[in-house]
Design a protein around this ligand. Structure first.
Ligand code: PLP
Length: 439
């Protein structure tokens, strides 16, 4: 057993002062105890007990260049020395905004915020102001941050048995809030649909388009099984929203700068009206953006929509994003090509080991992000199939991986960085082999 006594003590100490002992509720789920980190370097992270782990949590996604990347860290230091935030405009904002408009196909203009949650809040506000309508269509299994207007929870089981007509017809739906204390009124404007279901989408949009301001969707359902859109599904979403005067928002907080410089919408050749990006954009520093078409972003320019935030566009955030983008842009796609090659190696290895240990499981992958699950399902192509996985068994597996010196999220989602190399992949696969043998 790995010694994590110091982490245990720190957790107890933390609970005396920090509500819940963790700064973001999800983090308390880690077994045997939430780990306390002492440092990170490249693809590895150390805890306060001196254990070292190959890191596939990567700060829940942002660390696309690994920990303490030299060039980006230097750039952030240099920006800090020039003053952390001004409350005035500065050239870094122009440079970042220009860069994003050049890179992201859907971006005529951008707006900068601090987190993915804030970017989504702004995108929804823009859509409502632009259309003069209120309802927002969102999908089971997607996550768009924790703000009152969009945070919902989902039944984790029995999706197969649930009355899908209730999902198709948004009338009389019960939308479960994501947490206690949420405004129920805010959720009355949500229409919840099954994702990857063309008929449900078409029915709901055609029946209720007079009330629908926006459809918001992850382009790949990364938060629930890394499920790819069925061929033509996002295109159908684009066509219907165009036809029915509904704003299409792709939430690229995970996929932005992770699937490639131009995100999922660039990769799939789509032109949504708005995209939200965060996580990998800042390489670990808090920064997010909404990017979109001129006619919608004009609502900020002409003062119709307020976009506020004390630290929006601060010099540290813009320096971090610019340095991260510069690193990712090096050698004409070579950084992504290497990351994807290594992710392929790892995923193929995991699939091979699942077969070797006769453990039914699936790994859904898109580039350097993938979801591993234990399941009897032949494939996982929607949220209903995702709910059939054995979450408890995976959580046990993730604890065994910690024992083996590999940090993975307990829900099955893995991120790979540009600095994970063949050495790390080899060590990780050896750890997977041992962890699966002990399941
Ligand atoms: N949108 C998506 C798709 C996400 O995965 C997340 C976070 O995981 C968010 C929005 C919220 O971002 P943040 O945690 O930065 O507020």
């Amino acid at each position: 057993m790995k010694n994590v006594e110091k982490s245990r003590h720190k957790y107890t100490e933390s609970q005396a002062y920090l509500a819940g002992g963790v700064a973001s509720s999800l983090r308390s789920a880690m077994k045997p105890t939430p780990l306390f980190a002492s440092k990170g370097s490249g693809p590895r992270i150390w805890d306060v007990d001196g254990n070292v782990y190959i890191d596939y949590l990567l700060g829940y996604g942002p660390l696309i260049l690994g920990h303490a990347h030299e060039a980006t860290t230097e750039s952030v230091y240099a920006a800090m020395k020039r003053g952390i935030t001004y409350g005035l405009q500065h050239e870094g904002e122009i440079e970042l905004a220009r860069t994003l408009t050049e890179i992201l196909p859907c971006a005529d203009k951008v707006a900068l915020s601090g987190s993915g949650t804030e970017a989504v809040m702004l995108a929804l506000r823009l859509a409502r102001a632009y259309t003069g309508k209120r309802k927002i269509v969102r999908f089971h299994g997607h996550y768009h941050g924790w703000s009152d207007t969009i945070f919902t929870s989902f039944p984790s089981s029995d999706m197969r048995q649930s009355d899908t007509t209730a999902l198709v017809s948004p009338v009389d739906q019960t939308i479960l809030p994501g947490t206690s204390g949420q405004s129920e009124i805010a959720l009355k404007d949500i229409i919840l649909l099954p994702w990857n279901d063309s008929a449900a989408l078409e029915t709901a949009l055609r029946e209720h388009h007079d009330d629908i301001a926006a459809v918001i969707s992850e382009p790949v359902m990364c938060n629930s099984g890394c499920v790819l859109p069925k061929p033509g599904y996002l295109e159908q979403m684009r066509n219907l929203t165009n036809e029915l005067s509904i704003v299409m928002i792709l939430d690229e907080v995970i996929t932005g700068f992770r699937l490639g410089l131009s995100g999922a919408h660039g990769k799939f050749g789509l032109k949504p009206d708005l995209v939200t990006i965060g996580k990998a954009l800042g390489g670990g520093i808090a920064v997010s953006a909404v990017a979109g078409s001129q006619d919608i972003m004009a609502l900020i320019e002409n003062g119709t929509v307020s976009h506020l935030g004390t630290l929006n566009g601060n010099g540290v955030a813009t320096a971090a994003a610019l340095a991260t983008i510069a690193e990712l842009s090096k050698d004409e796609g070579a950084v992504y090509a290497k990351m994807i090659k290594n992710a392929d190696l790892l995923v193929e290895g995991i699939r091979r080991l699942l077969a070797k240990h006769s453990l039914p499981g699936i790994v859904n992958q898109i580039g350097p992000v993938f979801h591993m699950m234990f399941t009897q399902e032949p494939k996982v192509e929607d949220f209903a199939a995702f709910t059939q996985r054995d979450a408890a068994k995976y959580s046990e597996f993730s604890s065994k991986m910690l024992e083996e010196g590999v940090l993975v999220r307990s829900n099955g989602l893995w991120y790979l960085s540009a600095v994970h190399g063949e050495q790390e992949i080899e060590e990780t696969l050896a750890a997977v082999d041992r962890a699966l043998a002990h399941l």
